[in-house]
Design a protein around this ligand. Structure first.
Ligand SMILES: [Fe+2]
Length: 234
């Protein structure tokens, strides 16, 4: 007959083991840059406010189907923003150990988020992603919070960018689940690997939150001789 679990005790008393060594392997590199670009932000905000594209009903659904650099001639601030993205990309790549010459594919697309808008959980089809905040409602929270409990995960914070634990099904492992929240402010540029699942909670400010996202796909130029490259159609 099966005994009650209360009657059973696993016993390891008297067994000594070494303290062991800990290694924080495979961290996820997320980098924040705090930029002071009031003039650029004002020009970009005026562009978002005046161009009819950003007031159309489907602007959120179609935000990533074009490249903002299409408007660079009429909005010079976009050239400045592209340069800032690239300078921070160089910094980020060096930090994660990517050195050398690359073919780079880059897309910049807008996020105009009116009151109540949210972005469901997703990741990006590229290698490295970034977001620059042109305008966001003020928050008294730190820029990045990464030491919350799982219980805090469920609190409906306003206008937070939530970064999810990228380990496969981490939530099913109980104590292995972590998350981080970013409370953005104007001038913040954040870089992260594109595989990192993230979402944005709604904000209640009257004016839209304005940000620009960027995707980077990089291919080393010094290809190994065993790789054959050609055009393929199907
Ligand atoms: Fe995203």
């Amino acid at each position: 007959m099966k005994r009650n679990v209360e009657e059973l005790t696993f016993n390891h008393s008297g067994i000594e083991v070494p303290a062991g060594t800990s290694h924080s392997l495979f961290p996820t590199p997320v980098k924040l840059f705090e930029l002071s670009e009031a003039g650029m932000n004002a020009e970009l905000a005026a562009f978002f406010a005046s161009h009819p594209r950003f007031s159309s009903r489907d602007q959120a659904e179609t935000s990533d189907v074009t490249n903002l650099m299409e408007y660079a001639v009429e909005v010079p601030a976009l050239n400045r923003l592209e340069g800032l993205f690239l300078a921070c990309l160089e910094n980020y790549c060096r930090e994660i150990g990517w050195r050398g010459e690359f073919d780079l594919a880059m897309q910049m697309f807008p996020n105009v988020a009116p009151k109540g808008h949210y972005v469901p959980s997703h990741n990006h089809v590229s290698h490295i992603s970034a977001v620059y905040y042109v305008h966001a409602q003020p928050s008294d929270r730190p820029l990045l919070v990464s030491d919350e409990s799982v219980r805090d995960y469920w609190r409906p914070d306003e206008g937070a960018l939530i970064l999810h634990d990228p380990r496969f099904n981490a939530s099913l492992q109980g104590g292995w689940q972590y998350h981080a929240k970013v409370f953005p402010k104007p001038g913040l540029m954040i870089f992260f690997p594109s595989f990192l699942w993230h979402e944005v909670t709604p904000h209640q400010a009257q004016e839209p939150r304005l940000s620009v996202a960027a995707n980077f796909t990089l291919a080393y130029r010094n290809l190994p001789s065993y790789e054959r490259h050609s055009v393929f159609s199907c």
